[in-house]
Write a protein that binds this ligand. Structure first.
Ligand code: DP6
Length: 325
């Protein structure tokens, strides 16, 4: 059955950085994210017995993609089938911001591939399946805040995301400062691998990330935005410290990223609560309350040229199938 699914990307407030099992994509620490409304992937998927090979059309262009190819083999083995897949996928990223993410891509793929077989997988099972494509995709199954539990089992059966409710979720804004729309120089997959293998701080990172997760959960439970902001900003900097201490060292910071961070500190000095986070690229995401989003955006825009204001987005879902539902 041909189905179309949509998934939004997410930004981690407590980062996933490092795997304990590369093949099964099992993380060294649990993480927490917010799914965003502005960036999403729409994927039309069909398992097709008449095809001799998998077909992937991305933004209208037929492509070979090793990550997707590997993932389809994983799904075939999970589902116990041999069929080939025909995939049409569109990344909806306003103004080509270069923020298309593997999170939305693999979450949409997992949901569509499962629905195409009418499997009725639970959200937690879909999250586990999405994880097998890209770790952060496990969190995009859910809207709002989600926690990817690292799990304890060696087969990954307990490593999936769960929703996390907070009254703060719908008060939050994420102002994305678009520093660059170029592809990242070191992918997150390679960057975290290099860090795990060579940074003397990696063990400390996983411990501190687990502690941060417990603290931020309490802060969200008390709707304490100041605490939430301080924890998320510190957590991002601790993650990036592991790249600077890798061998050879590397960094995702650019000059503009540092300028934006400085502007955010200045905003705070001026009484506007805003906190920054960064992933495996130079764009800076600023977390603030909706009431301050315009002030934050107008302060940062002159530094980078382009900003986008996002709010909490929805979880991944099927939007159409052949039965017209
Ligand atoms: C810095 O999920 O892209 O964005 O599991 O290897 O596909 P793979 O990596 P990916 O890594 C995301 C890393 C991060 C932090 C985060 O999203 O938690």
């Amino acid at each position: 059955m041909k189905v179309t699914a949509v998934a939004h990307t997410n930004i981690a407030l407590i980062k996933y950085w490092g795997k304990r099992d590369e093949k099964l994509i099992l993380p060294s620490n649990s993480s927490l994210s917010i799914t965003l409304d502005k960036f999403f992937t729409e994927t039309t998927f069909e398992w097709d017995d008449s095809q001799k090979k998998d077909v992937l059309v991305l933004n209208g262009v037929e492509r070979e993609d090793a990550k997707v190819q590997r993932y389809l083999d994983v799904l075939r083995s999970e589902f116990g089938i041999a069929s080939r897949a025909v995939i049409h996928s569109e990344n909806h990223v306003p103004t080509a911001a270069g923020l298309a993410s593997s999170a939305s891509a693999f979450a949409a793929l997992a949901v569509a591939a499962s629905a195409s077989l009418a499997r009725n997988d639970s959200k937690m099972e879909l999250s586990r399946l999405a994880r097998l494509g890209s770790g952060s995709a496990s969190r995009s199954i859910f809207g709002g805040l989600a926690i990817w539990q690292k799990g304890e089992n060696t087969d990954g059966s307990d490593s999936y995301a769960v929703p996390f409710e907070s009254e703060l979720t719908n008060q939050l804004a994420v102002v994305v400062a678009i520093v660059s729309d170029q592809p990242k120089k070191i992918s997150s997959r390679d960057g975290m691998k290099q860090t795990v293998q060579t940074s003397p701080f990696f063990g400390e990172w996983t411990k501190t990330a687990e502690l941060d997760l417990e603290l931020i959960k309490k802060a969200f439970a008390h709707s304490d935005f100041t605490q939430v902001g301080e924890i998320l900003e510190h957590n991002a900097m601790k993650m990036h410290a592991t790249t600077l201490s890798a061998n050879p060292p590397f960094t995702y910071f650019s000059q503009e990223s540092l300028l934006v961070m400085e502007a955010v500190r200045k905003l705070r000095a001026d009484g506007i609560e805003a906190y920054f986070t960064m992933d495996a690229g130079p764009n800076v995401k600023i977390v603030c309350l909706k009431q301050d989003e315009e002030k934050v955006a107008s302060r940062v825009e002159p530094l980078v040229g382009r900003v986008l204001i996002c709010h909490a987005g929805e979880g991944a879902k099927v939007i159409q199938n052949e039965n017209g539902n």
